[in-house]
Design a protein. Structure first.
Length: 328
């Protein structure tokens, strides 16, 4: 693995964060980053409970999870996270770098494969656990079905469906399909553009967080390193996301223990799909966050503390409960 740029100045994560370049099976270059993987005494005492594989959402990047990594390390977990293809410093997939694009949703599993191989190469402390947000929740659910070697999973605002009015869903399918079939799938989906949401939306009634400090944290990152930012999704991405979430909705839940945190004011993902999934997950639990928006791991300090306490307690309860705990 080759060392990659890592913007410690904006991450506000634990000391010793690092990043590396990886190359997926199809030669796409992605970036991974870790915190808590190697303490000064070399004993990894800070991460005595294992390592979280953190799957970010669409538009996100490694440094955005510096504070989450700090919360996890204080509870005994190292963090390994990723810039998915098409975002962060990973290879962008179309000529316009502001457009979020993927050729096939299954391509993200190539990134997962490279990430897991790197975790093993780095000798990160086991057991592994999954924390997956938004689009990362969609990628993560598929990865669990493909035997991701984790003992348990936690999801926040998982994209198991996209929020839209029932009357607009057929039109979204038709337009996204048309973009793919007729060669304009690289164009932005309707109502979106090249601007980053967090850099242009006012804090009042934003869709992400109720905490002004965390909103400012995200905006400060974008001002310092605009190359990390991403605008709206392409029509091709939209088609792939609609198809993948529909396919996943028809599959049973995987055997892994899982807990999901969902804001009661969630307006980005389809909450009905999330609730239905967790109601049918044999080893699953759903915790509603009253007043929470989409990014509940980036909400007010008391909310974040409650979520990370609950999440890490869940991991501790299931650390040895399945064969996935040892990566079998």
């Amino acid at each position: 693995m080759e060392s990659a740029p890592f913007f410690d100045d904006i991450a506000d994560g634990p000391e010793g964060g690092e990043a590396w370049w990886l190359t997926a099976d199809d030669d796409v270059r992605i970036r991974i980053g870790a915190w808590g993987h190697n303490t000064k005494d070399g004993a990894k005492n800070g991460a005595k409970n294992g390592t979280v594989l953190l799957f970010p959402g669409r538009t996100e990047y490694i440094e955005k999870y510096g504070r989450a990594a700090r919360d996890l390390l204080s509870r005994g977990y190292a963090t390994l996270t990723i810039d998915w293809r098409g975002q962060g410093l990973a290879d962008r997939m179309v000529d316009d770098p502001a457009t979020g694009h993927v050729h096939w949703f299954s391509d993200y599993q190539k990134d997962v494969k490279a990430m897991v191989a790197a975790a093993e190469s780095l000798g990160l402390r086991r057991p592994f656990f999954l924390v997956a947000h938004s689009m990362g929740g969609c990628i993560g659910l598929r990865a669990l079905h493909e035997n991701l070697p984790v003992a348990a999973a936690a999801f926040t605002g998982p994209m198991w469906g996209i929020a839209m009015a029932p009357s607009t869903r057929p039109a979204a399918w038709a337009l996204a399909w048309g973009g793919r079939m007729f060669g304009f799938g690289h164009l932005n989906a309707p109502g979106t553009g090249g601007d980053s949401y967090v850099m242009t939306a006012p804090f009042e009634d934003n869709l992400l967080t109720t905490d002004p400090d965390m909103f400012s944290y995200m905006q400060a990152q974008g001002r310092a390193h605009p190359e990390l930012l991403l605008g709206g999704p392409s029509l091709r991405w939209l088609h792939e996301a609609l198809r993948e979430t529909l396919d996943l909705s028809r599959m049973p839940s995987p055997p892994h223990p899982a807990i999901t945190f969902l804001g009661s004011n969630e307006r980005i993902v389809d909450t009905d799909r999330v609730i239905a999934r967790m109601q049918s997950w044999p080893n699953g639990e759903l915790e509603m966050i009253e007043g929470g928006e989409h990014e509940v791991m980036m909400d007010r300090p008391d909310t974040r503390a409650r979520i990370f306490d609950r999440m890490c307690g869940f991991f501790a309860d299931h650390a040895t409960s399945t064969r996935h705990a040892i990566g079998a």
